[in-house]
Design a protein around this ligand. Structure first.
Ligand SMILES: *Cc1c(COP(=O)(O)O)cnc(C)c1O
Length: 504
C-alpha cells in the first residue's frame, strides 16, 4: 500500500479529464474524518475494552482518512472521467443501453418498497406481492404467455431457467431428448445455457439474408431435438420472416421454441412471441423496460411460458387467494428456486413503473420509435458504412467497415475508439460474429433526430479522417482520460488492486 502523500494534494485538484487524479489513499491524512460526532464527556475507551480481544482483527487495516468535502470531490471528478448514459448518446447495440426515465428510480427509491425484507411473511408484504402479481400478468400480456417467474437475475439466468423448464417438460413425458438448435448469429449466452442445461448444441447457419436458413433447420430436426433458441428480431437486427414455418417444423418433431427476449423492445406491443409460436420467453427487464445496466448489473430476466409449461415454473410464486389476498405458492412440478429470494426486486419495481406509465399505446410507440431511429441511421450512413444486410432492420442496424479496412487500413475498432472523442459512446463492435468488421448501432427510442444527425456527421468526419490522416484514427483516443488500452493484456493479466500500475 502507498504511503499517504503530504497535505494539500487534494486541494490542488486536477482539472476534469486529467489523468493525475490521486487515489483516495494518496489523499489520506492521518486523523482526518468525513464527520465528527459532538463531544459528550464520556471517556473514550481503548477498543479492546469495548470488544473482546478475540474478535478484534489483529492486522492493521489501512483505510483512507479524508474529509467529506475531499471525498465527494474525488468521486465526482472520477465520475466525470467516464462516459455515461446521462451524458450523451449510447448507441451500443444488442444491449439496449438506453437512457432510463428517472421516475423509475424514484419508484425504486420508495422506502415502502426498499425497506422490506424479502423474508418477511406474506401477510406483512401484501403490497409487494400485489406488485409482483401485477408485473407477472403484464409480462404475460406483452409476450402472449400464460404464466411467468420473476426470479431469474438476468437474461442468462432466464435462459438456464427456460432450458430447465424445457427439460422438465420432456422428462415429465418420459421423453429423453439430447439437442437444442441455435443459429450461428446467436448471443454467446445461448450455447452456454444449453450446455449448462445438459443439452448438446446444434448450430445452424444463417442464409445470405441474415435469417435462419429454413432448409438447414429442417435438415437437423429429429426426435432427439428438445427445442430451438431464437432471438427475433435476431442479433443482426432482422425479423425472422419465416417464424411460423420455423415454429411448425420444430413443433412437428415435438420440440419447444425458446424466445431470447433481449430484443423485445423492437416488437413491444406490436407482435407477441406467443403468437409467433414460442413456448418459453425470457425478458431482459434491464434492456426493454427500465434500469440502467452498465457495469454488469443488476438486471432481471423473468421467464414467461405457455399454458402447458406453467406447472414447471420456479417457486414460490406470488398468487392471489380466493379472498383477494396474496400468498406464496409453488407450482406442482416446479423446477425449484433459481434465486435466493424472489428476484432482483428493485429492477422488477422499475419495470412495472415503466410499463404502467407507457401502457396502452405507449409501449408500441417505444418499439416504433426504436425501429424508426435504427432505420434512419442505417439509411443516413449508407455511403460511409453500408449495412451488412441491405434490407429494413428492426431496432438496431449492423453496418460493416470492411471497405474502410481494405482501402485505408482503418478497422471498426479504430472508428469506435475515435467516436468516443466526438462525444458519443462507441457502438458494439465485432458482434455478431458472422459480419466482418461489424459495427452495431442501437439508437433506441430515446434519441432525437438532431442527436442521430450529429452521430452520423461524427462518423462521416471519422471516415474522412481515415483517408487523410489514418494514424489519427488508428491511435485514437488521444484526448480521453484513458487512451487506447491493451485489451488482451487486461484479460490475461488481471491485477485487481489499487496499486496495479506498480505491479505490472
Ligand atoms: C444481453 C443478451 C443476453 C444475455 O442477457 P443478460 O441479461 O446480459 O444476462 C442474451 N441474449 C441476447 C441476444 C442479448 O442481447
Amino acid at each position: 500500500m502507498k504511503k499517504a502523500m503530504p497535505g494539500g494534494r487534494a486541494s490542488s485538484a486536477p482539472l476534469l479529464g486529467s489523468d493525475t487524479e490521486p487515489t483516495i489513499f494518496e489523499m489520506s491524512q492521518s486523523g482526518r474524518r468525513a464527520f465528527q460526532l459532538r463531544t459528550t464527556g464520556v471517556p473514550a475507551l481503548p477498543l479492546d475494552q469495548l470488544v473482546p480481544r478475540e474478535h478484534l482483527n489483529p492486522t492493521h487495516v489501512e483505510l483512507a482518512e479524508v474529509s467529506e468535502r475531499d471525498l465527494v470531490a474525488h468521486f465526482t471528478r472520477l465520475s466525470h472521467r467516464q462516459f455515461a448514459v446521462d451524458l450523451g448518446a449510447y448507441p451500443l447495440g444488442s444491449c439496449t443501453m438506453k437512457y432510463n426515465p428517472k421516475f423509475c428510480d424514484a419508484v425504486a427509491g420508495d422506502p415502502g418498497l426498499n425497506s422490506v425484507h424479502p423474508g418477511a411473511p406474506a401477510h406483512l408484504t401484501q403490497g409487494w406481492l400485489a406488485l409482483l402479481c401485477d408485473l407477472e400478468e403484464r409480462l404475460c400480456e406483452v409476450t402472449g404467455m400464460a404464466g411467468a417467474t420473476l426470479q431469474p437475475a438476468a437474461g442468462a439466468a432466464g435462459e438456464l431457467t427456460g432450458l430447465l423448464i424445457m427439460r422438465a417438460y420432456h422428462e415429465s413425458r418420459g421423453d429423453q431428448r439430447k439437442r437444442v438448435i441455435i443459429p450461428d448469429s446467436a448471443h454467446g449466452t445461448n450455447p452456454a445455457s444449453v450446455t449448462l442445461g445438459g443439452y448438446e448444441v446444434t448450430t445452424i447457419p444463417s442464409d445470405e439474408r441474415g435469417l435462419v436458413d429454413v432448409n438447414a433447420l429442417r435438415a437437423v430436426l429429429g426426435p432427439d431435438v428438445a427445442g430451438i433458441m431464437l432471438t427475433n428480431p435476431n442479433t443482426v437486427g432482422l425479423f425472422e420472416e419465416e417464424i411460423s414455418e420455423i415454429a411448425n417444423a420444430v413443433h412437428e418433431v415435438g420440440g419447444l421454441l425458446y424466445y431470447d427476449g433481449a430484443n423485445l423492445n423492437a416488437i413491444l406491443g406490436v407482435v407477441r412471441p406467443g403468437d409467433m409460436g414460442f413456448d418459453i420467453v425470457h425478458m431482459n427487464l434491464h434492456k426493454t423496460f427500465a434500469t440502467p445496466h452498465g457495469g454488469g448489473g443488476p438486471g432481471a430476466g423473468p421467464v414467461a411460458v405457455a399454458s402447458h409449461l406453467v406447472e414447471f415454473l420456479p417457486g414460490p410464486k406470488p398468487a392471489m387467494t380466493s379472498e383477494g389476498t396474496y400468498e406464496w405458492r409453488t407450482p406442482h412440478h416446479s423446477i425449484g428456486r433459481v434465486h435466493g429470494w424472489h428476484g432482483n426486486a428493485m429492477v422488477l419495481a422499475r419495470a412495472l413503473a415503466y410499463i404502467t406509465v407507457h401502457g396502452g399505446d405507449g409501449l408500441p410507440r417505444v418499439a416504433q420509435h426504436a425501429v424508426l431511429n435504427a432505420n434512419w441511421l442505417r439509411q443516413r450512413l449508407q455511403a460511409v458504412l453500408p449495412a451488412a444486410y441491405d434490407r429494413p432492420c428492426m431496432h438496431e442496424c449492423v453496418l460493416t467497415a470492411t471497405g474502410i479496412k481494405h482501402n485505408h487500413n482503418v478497422r471498426a475498432l479504430d472508428l469506435a475508439k475515435r467516436l468516443m472523442e466526438k462525444g458519443f459512446h462507441a457502438p458494439t463492435v465485432y458482434f455478431p460474429l458472422i459480419v466482418d468488421e461489424a459495427l452495431m448501432f442501437e439508437p433506441t427510442e430515446t434519441e432525437s433526430p438532431q442527436t442521430l444527425e450529429a452521430l452520423a456527421c461524427a462518423l462521416e468526419e471519422i471516415a474522412e479522417e481515415a483517408v487523410v490522416d489514418g494514424d489519427r484514427v488508428r491511435h485514437a483516443p488521444l484526448t480521453t482520460p484513458v487512451t487506447r488500452v491493451d485489451e488482451a493484456r487486461a484479460a490475461r493479466q488481471l491485477v485487481p488492486t489499487e496499486d496495479a500500475a506498480e505491479r505490472v
